[in-house]
Design a protein around this ligand. Sequence first.
Ligand code: FAD
Length: 477
Amino acid sequence: MPAPKPILLWFRKDLRLRDNAALAAAMDAGREIIPVFIWDDEGEGNWTPGAASRLFLQRALESLKKDLEEHRLKLVLRKGDSQKALEKLLEETGAMGVYWNRRYDPAAVQRDSEIKRWLREKEWEAESFNSSLLYEPWEVSTQQGKPFQVYTPFWKRVGALDRPTPIEVDLRKLRVPESFPETDSVASLGLVPDHPWVEKVDRYWKVGEASAEKILSDFLEDAVDDYKEARDFPAQHGTSRLSAYLHWGLIGPRQIWEAIVEAGREKSSGGQCFISEIGWREFAYHVLYHFPDTPESPLREKYEDFPWEEDEEVLQRWQRGKTGYPIVDAGMRQLWEEGWMHNRVRMIVGSLLVKHLLHSWSHGARWFWDCLVDADLASNTLGWQWSGGCGADAAPYFRVFNPMTQGKKFDPEGDYVRRYVPELADLPTKVIHEPWEASEEVLREAGVRLGDNYPNPIIEHKKGRERALAAFEKVKG
Ligand code: FAD
């Protein structure tokens, strides 16, 4: 009997072996597997992964390659147009077809649909699966059959559905082909820019499927019980830091929920709060899928004509963490240093850019896109339109964060500011979130020279707030 023809397993944002539905299906079909990854930057439309995200991807591919080798499989890497690369590989290997896990961002939806149609027309097999979400965007709808635009009813609706469990993948049953086609090397994909910044960010992330599982189990052991309270305090290690692993699929949400249940935390306040944050990720994908224009345009149309300002110098001061607002500068410098920023601080820096500085949320989204290891079109768009008051379930535009109050409440000892803004480290806690309130003597003793080694506020808080509200009045009607 001739061996059944192999299947190309097309890896994308599912860079793991466990809970991988496409892999499980190929194995269940008794197929030999040829794992493939294609770096098709043009196929990503306007949103080719940014520098930090590509660094994380590079490390994730190196790790996946090793994991596959342990099972005698070779990861075949190619560069360029996905369809052409798949066609070439199908011809080279004589494979039956291609299996993959679905993506939900507009460029990928369009490209993947075309590829599926083309494969089937050519009588190749083409099957896709879900390994990124608990519930796919079309599985959840309002009673009128419409997509949700508000998180709470969305999450309530999801609560009425069965909990999806991870897909079993018994790797002992893997069927390995006798030979594999030629592959490019991970380095030759050219993912990572030649810049000293790369080396710095790299130090903060241990990337791989096993690392993701370890981060989750450590979090469940050490932090989940306090998560509900601690998650808002950026100086603490109170959140999981799993976002980039989730984005590239080194771990999936089904596995996370299962692990919470196994740890007996499903009903605890920390466990429930954590699952509900995974729910925000689900909601973000729901919104992106049903409103695919949102990465470029506000969901609430009246904000299309918002009177934004454009000032390159202002934008650069925000990007580099030189606004003169300590909590904001700490956040922007954490982003530059680590490729990640705490959620509470993402909201604070977002509010300052969009409201005090009247710069469009899209500038913020682009900067985050390039700098975040977890840059994710769904969550980034939702987060920025939330900050801009113009998206699904967004904070109203007239609610303007006060950076000093936020700093005092969520960084009460000033530890976070001291960590990332060393020029303020010696200030007493009382003034660390508003150095301009310190006496000359206090500033001198702390070595702070306002307007010299630390900037004065880029705009006075009261003035920024009033300007934002006046601009909002113009679009309110
Ligand atoms: P945890 O608190 O441990 O939460 C667990 C997981 O739940 C996260 O890993 C993430 O997948 C999900 N999650 C938590 N909060 C949110 C949220 N508000 N929206 C969607 N998912 C959430 N998240 C991204 O993954 N990529 C982005 O590009 C992104 N951009 C953002 C931009 C702005 C302006 C804002 C306000 C938020 C953004 N977020 C983004 C959401 C959130 O800040 C991060 O998911 C979170 O900080 C990641 O840290 P963590 O893994 O420790 O989160």
